[in-house]
Design a protein around this ligand. Structure first.
Ligand code: KIV
Ligand code: ZN
Length: 532
């Protein structure tokens, strides 16, 4: 029997995904995620938008050089608007990869042509052809995307796509940029392109769907059913506004329903859970509990009838096994008497492979926690790892925090921080509550104006001794412009959001750590933005 045909997975977590508010990633975090994407087996990593900032350029260049070099390395793509400066910059960033790709885009819908680009259809057609040819002069692998393809006049879209093929595009990606289409419409659009655009059957057709109506996965599957053989996706479905099509949903739909699609991917599904955790930890965007495939409840059975059925035979209520996506049932219960070997075995079971330095720090934290809790659960360990390992570069370090508060006194905090220059500074402040007083004392030292836009606290496990995990978001207030918006002056200058997380059995300490994590992220991002 013939092998089923392959659908290529183009992952844009590091580009479209990073455009989610608050998802700002630094270069090391991008590299770590890119390594996991390579382990996952994606065919293409879109590593960023190199012209957006020196930091974006450097991240794409390093992903190309460090993850894109091996024999089996994925293609590394860099995004560029359809102009020479963007394309040159993208090429400089990706050219170190074994298989580089330039992904250039130009809007084709009348709305975008009239109000955003202020050009005619003729100018659009000419520019698309000229810039694809220019990119092709630099790189053999060129992808062209007609932005807002889902709302473009199909007849005009066909003309632009034909011109792009003639100019040398090797992949044509059709974006439903604003998540407007329905599965029937989007499937028909792909079928129409295959039928009406000369040469469309000789290039790869790709789908890039946004989730504004919650239809991104359905639209992507409809595109596949109509001949798309590349799909653009993100881990956990993060991305602009309501996000992009989620990688795990499309991959597991193809995997679970082979008789419907008869297609396969190159993805190692057992790496999905780990990729999901990593992306969530680094972006600070939690996965909703009922999220398909990777949500905490995706394999949880609550109703008695369901539990009874699953115990008799998992097939009664489970269409996928948790092991298939890399969730293994834990056999080891850890506590005070567990040694390093048991701890390492547990980490391997959970899918972590830490370097010796991180391992030492995490093990020390685990031992501390054992003094406070009898049984340390898997979520406790994951919270420690998130807190110790998945953190931004520590420009400012929290050395000490102390708070006095109660019914008859004003909450007062004293904090001690070590600065980037190695000098230890101490200050104190009175606030509206204990957390407020800590944040005010930190502000007095760090002097990085910002607004706290979100604060959430979550007990990792049940019980009074639970570890508390705090996630916060802050927005810079003195000129940290959102670069994706800054590229397009019509949106005005918008501030970027930075997330931070911290975990501790003491929630005030967890809150202080979360704030330091967000501040460090903001300050490092500013350094990267200016190429520092
Ligand atoms: O949504 C979109 O149109 C995009 C393009 C740049 C492919 O992200
Ligand atoms: Zn997009």
């Amino acid at each position: 029997m013939d092998e089923p045909a392959v659908v290529r997975i183009f992952d844009t977590t590091l580009r479209d995904g990073e455009q989610s508010p608050g998802a700002t990633l630094n270069i090391d975090e991008k590299l770590e995620i890119a390594r996991q994407l390579a382990r996952l087996g994606v065919d293409v990593i879109e590593a960023g938008f190199p012209i957006a900032s020196p930091g974006d350029f450097e991240a794409v260049r390093r992903v190309a050089d460090e993850v894109g070099r091996g024999d089996d390395a994925p293609i590394i793509a860099g995004l560029a608007r359809a102009n020479q400066a963007d394309i040159d910059r993208a090429w400089q960033a990706v050219k170190g990869a074994r298989r580089p790709r330039i992904h250039t885009f130009l809007a084709t819908s009348d709305i975008h042509l009239k109000y955003k680009l202020k050009i005619s259809r003729e100018e659009c057609l000419a520019r698309a052809a000229e810039m694809v040819a220019y990119a092709r002069g630099l790189c053999e692998d060129v992808e062209f995307s007609p932005e807002d393809g889902g709302r473009s006049d199909p007849e005009f879209l066909y003309q632009v796509l034909e011109a792009a093929i003639k100019a040398g595009a090797t992949t044509l990606n059709i974006p439903d940029t604003v998540g407007y289409t329905t599965p029937q419409e989007f499937g028909a659009l792909i079928a129409g392109i295959r039928e009406h655009v000369p040469g469309a059957r000789d290039v790869i057709l790709s789908a890039h769907c946004h989730n504004d109506l919650g239809l991104a996965t359905a639209n992507t599957l409809a595109a596949i059913a109509n001949g798309a053989r590349q799909v653009e996706v993100t881990v956990n479905g993060i991305g602009e506004r309501a996000g992009n099509t989620s990688l795990e949903e499309v991959v597991m739909a193809l995997y679970t329903r082979p008789t419907v699609y008869g297609l396969r991917t190159h993805i190692d599904t057992t790496q999905i859970a780990r990729a999901s955790r990593l992306v969530s930890a680094y972006t600070g965007i939690p996965v909703q509990p009922n999220k398909a495939i990777v949500g905490a409840n995706a394999f949880a059975h609550e109703a008695g009838i369901h539990q009874d059925g699953v115990l008799k035979n998992p097939l009664t209520y489970e269409i996928m096994r948790p092991e298939t996506i890399g969730i293994t049932e834990s056999k080891l219960v850890l506590g005070k008497h567990s040694g390093r070997h048991a701890f390492q075995t547990k980490l391997a079971e959970l899918g972590y492979d830490l370097n010796p330095e991180d391992m030492n720090r995490v093990f020390e934290r685990f031992k501390d926690l054992c003094d406070k809790k009898k049984v340390v659960s898997d979520p406790d360990i994951e919270a420690i790892i998130n807190d110790e390992v998945y953190q931004p570069v520590e420009l400012w370090r929290l050395e000490h925090v102390q708070v006095s508060c109660g019914t008859s006194m004003r909450p007062t905090a004293t904090v001690t921080l070590r600065g980037p220059d190695g000098i230890v500074r101490e200050d104190a402040a009175v606030g509206a509550g204990p957390v407020d007083s800590v944040y005010m004392a930190i502000n007095r030292i760090v002097q990085a104006p910002n607004v706290l836009t979100e604060f959430s606290i979550n007990a990792v496990t049940e019980g009074i001794d639970a570890v508390g995990e705090v996630t916060i978001r802050i927005e810079g207030t003195n000129g940290a412009h959102g670069r994706h918006y800054a590229l397009n002056p019509q949106f005005g200058l918008r501030q970027r959001t930075y997330s931070g997380h911290g975990a501790d059995t003491d929630i005030i300490v967890a809150s202080a750590k979360a704030y330091m994590s967000a501040l460090n992220k903001m300050l490092s991002a500013r350094k990267e933005e200016v190429g520092g």
